[in-house]
Write a protein that binds this ligand. Sequence first.
Ligand code: 5RP
Length: 264
Amino acid sequence: MDWGMKNRLAQIIKPDGHCFFLPIDHGYFLGPTSRLEKPAETIKPIVSYADALFVTRGVLRSAIDPVRSKPVILRVSGGSSVIGEDLANEELTTSIEEILRLNVSAVGMSIFVGSKYEKQTLTNLSTLVNECEDYGIPVMAVTAVGKELAKRDARYLSLCCRIAAELGARVVKTYWCEDFDKVTGGCPVPIVIAGGPRCKTELEVFNFVHDGIQKGAIGINLGRNVWQHKYPVAMMRALHAVIHKKAAPKEASELFKELKNKSG
Ligand code: 5RP
């Protein structure tokens, strides 16, 4: 692996081999998502605990300070909305020149395996990998399911992750599921866990994140379960402890409660 690629991966994956990406890219198909109406305000209290931000160029330019920024993973796919015909109908939205101009550490895009747009999104991934590898920029593939959340099982997700890795993704982001070791076991590149819609309890979040890490994920890319929470700082810090300090779910829960009580 060339120096530039290694260096960029090291910007987003910490020396302990783990990472906590904070996604705020949801507006690219959901519009002004609840609690993400003003991204700069949403991330202000929590961004210091993140290892990298996952963000579109629009929010990057309008809400992120270029001088004191965390490493950036740029969302470079889109083209569909939550009220459109099919969320899977995505294209690449950003040129390689724009990726270089924004000096990002990595790029991320969605693939929709098994959908009507499977081939289109997989060839989008190949095209992006071809362009980014020339410049040492890692590509993170997102195994997206659109509105079909029930698809998230080990058989389906291991298929998606393996295909993404075969096509050249340097990192794959996928959902946690039961038997997660089957997903990590079949994927030759690092996997990070996506959050998905809000869980009922904090412990539920700590449990699935901890299980995923135990079963081989290197970290998380988790948004709504942090910034839609009433206590986002406590959530962020408790998850940080699971990722970087080997905290068990119960310990994370105790830390969460302590921080929540302190915040009044
Ligand atoms: C949206 C994304 C998000 O990055 C991903 O879904 C993670 O965020 P959340 O934890 O809120 O699900 O790829 O397209």
